[in-house]
Design a protein. Sequence first.
Length: 208
Amino acid sequence: MGFSGDLVFARSDRPLLQAPVFDSLDDGLKATVVTWEARPGGWQTLQFDFGTWDDNALPGLVEWSGAPACVAQIHDSDVALVTGLDVTGRRWQAWLNPDVAARLRAEEPEDLEDQLLWLDTPEFHEAVGQQRAEIEAEIPADAERAVAWAATAGPHVTPPTPVRVEGLLRSHESCVEDLFSTLLDRLGFPPAADLSPAPSEAKDRQSG
C-alpha cells in the first residue's frame, strides 16, 4: 500500500507546523506529520496522514504566510489532486497521473453489485476514456494557472512557460509524491539543497 494523505506546501520563516491553522491538532497528531527537506526561501512541505489535514485550512494558511500555498491530496501514492491558492484568492487545480485520475473519476452505475466485474465492462472503459479526455482538455488552462500562481511567490522563484508544466501534467510516475516534488521544481521553486554527510559518516565511507 502506498501513502494516502496530503502534502501541504507553503512558505514560513519558522517551522511550518507552528502556523495557527494547525493549532487544532493535538500533540499526538502533530507527531505523525512528516517534514520534508525545506527549499531555499522558507518553502516547506508537510506530509499529513489521511484525515489530518483540513481542506478548509488553505485560505488561512495563505493569509498567515502572506504567500501562495498548495496542497496535494494523494491516494495510495497513485494519483493526486493539487489545489493551489495565492494571496489574491485565485485558485487552480490539476491532476497528477491523469490516467489513474480518469479511472478514479469514472462514475459507477447506481445498481453496481460487483466492482471487479464493472472494471471489465466496455461501459467502464468508455467512462474512463471520457474522463481522460476531459482531464486532457483542462491541462493547458491548469498549467497556465499553476504558472501564474508560482509567479506570485517572489523573486527567488522563476516560473517556466506553461508548456513545460503541461508535459508534466500529462506524465506518469509510479510514486506520485515524486511527481509532486518535480512539479514544484518545474514551477521554478528552488530545489532543496543536498545534505552533505556528517564527518563521521564521511570517514566511515572512506574507510569502507
